[in-house]
Design a protein around this ligand. Structure first.
Ligand SMILES: [Zn+2]
Length: 191
């Protein structure tokens, strides 16, 4: 296994549509293994082939960062020629990307998706993902079509701005809680 270089926003390859994998060759297996190593090293939860400069419809993902089901924590998915078969509901996701370091964005994503993809054994499997896992799979699948989350985010900011915004939001919530409890106090006084 070997670490690969991660391409960053501005590189042409990240905006191109990738080509399907025709068969699972030792080269494809090597690519997948290198991608997993690169993803883990960079503390990512997903990595798509174009991010390491390969124009193939392949991504790897490790979306179960926390789960009550200990067996799935750290599980790696190998998705070759993936297809999203259905989407359901919606959610607003906070996303970052190894190819867009230092930034965060808010993206509208489906809450639940179905994915059909080939694994390293060449067999096609069907999956269902929900919540954060669904976001990760949609984000990585977008890479294969030349789409970065920053292209479709409704809000895009630096991590510093994002942290500030979160802080401001928290303060706002605390203030409104305070106001609520003050209202309660005045109600009690009136009685
Ligand atoms: Zn990404």
């Amino acid at each position: 296994m070997a670490l690969r270089n991660i391409y960053e926003r501005g590189e042409e390859i990240l905006s191109k549509k990738c080509k399907p994998v025709k068969e699972i060759t030792p080269r494809i297996i090597q690519l997948c293994e290198d991608m997993v190593e690169t993803m883990k090293e960079a503390d990512g939860v997903g990595l798509a082939a174009p991010q390491v400069g390969v124009m193939k419809r392949v991504f790897v993902a490790m979306p179960h960062v926390e789960s009550e089901d200990e067996e799935v924590v750290g599980k790696v998915y190998y998705m070759i020629n993936p297809e999203i078969t259905y989407t359901e509901g919606e959610q607003e996701s906070s996303e970052g990307c190894l190819s867009v370091p230092g930034y965060m964005g808010l993206v509208d994503r489906p809450m639940k998706i179905g994915v059909k993809a080939m694994g390293l054994d060449g067999k096609v499997k069907e999956y269902e993902f929900e919540g954060f896992e669904a976001t990760v799979m949609c984000h990585e699948n977008d890479h294969l079509n030349g789409i970065l989350y920053s292209d479709i985010a409704k809000d895009f900011m630096t991590i510093e701005e994002y942290t500030e915004k979160l802080g401001a939001l928290k303060e706002e919530q605390e203030n409104s809680k305070l106001k609520e409890s003050m209202t309660d106090v005045s109600c009690t006084n009136e009685e």
